[in-house]
Design a protein around this ligand. Structure first.
Ligand SMILES: [Fe+2]
Ligand SMILES: [Fe+2]
Length: 193
């Protein structure tokens, strides 16, 4: 994958992790719903890419990984004595997906969400180090954040396999601007984004 197709997102402001960790039950509940929606996004792209067996298999493997993450986040919630709260909705993902006008855009929007999740999960692993009740979660969250970085690449590659790398690369900078606007429009809360 060329450098032109790499996403370079604006950094999350300092202090975000402290706000996120103020309500761990809400944060992990939101995280579980994010994993559920990530699986759904991958499965939803099977139809537009149904003529490409290679892409379909990559999407199915991606959905399997997200479902595995969902199960393990739910187990983590339970192990901490928490329950899954209702999904309050994700304004950030909605803002991005609403701006997708075709399947290439849907893939780039999904890549942005995965890349932002990667960045925020990484920030949480750092913050867990000063929380004795959460420090045991560091290896799991390190695994998750690496996986979400891989998913961001996968979505860009999927779009490029079918529509060409130059088509994807020509839209990346616009999508970086859209992502920055969307993430800055959301007030920090106990949620991944
Ligand atoms: Fe995931
Ligand atoms: Fe992911």
């Amino acid at each position: 994958m060329s450098g032109l197709m790499r996403l370079d997102l604006v950094p999350t402001p300092d202090g975000w992790a402290d706000i996120a960790l103020a309500d761990v039950e809400a944060l992990l509940s939101d995280h579980a719903h994010c994993e559920k929606k990530a699986a759904t996004t991958a499965l939803g792209l099977i139809q537009p890419f149904s003529d490409s067996p290679e892409v379909v298999m990559r999407l199915v493997r991606l959905a399997e990984q997200e479902t595995n993450h969902l199960r393990r986040v739910l187990e983590t919630l339970r192990s901490l004595g928490f329950s899954l709260q209702r999904d309050p909705g994700n304004l950030y993902a909605g803002l991005l997906m609403r701006q997708a006008s075709d399947v290439v855009d849907r893939c780039i929007a999904a890549a942005c969400i995965e890349a932002r999740s990667h960045e925020r999960l990484e920030l949480l692993t750092v913050a867990f180090a000063s929380r004795p009740d959460l420090v045991h979660l560091i290896p799991f969250f390190r695994e998750l954040e690496a996986c979400e970085a891989g998913h961001a690449h996968t979505y860009l590659e999927i779009a490029a396999i079918v529509h060409g790398e130059s088509t994807v690369a020509s839209r990346v900078s616009l999508w970086q601007q859209r992502e920055a606007a969307a993430i800055n429009a959301i007030l920090p809360r106990s949620a991944i984004h």
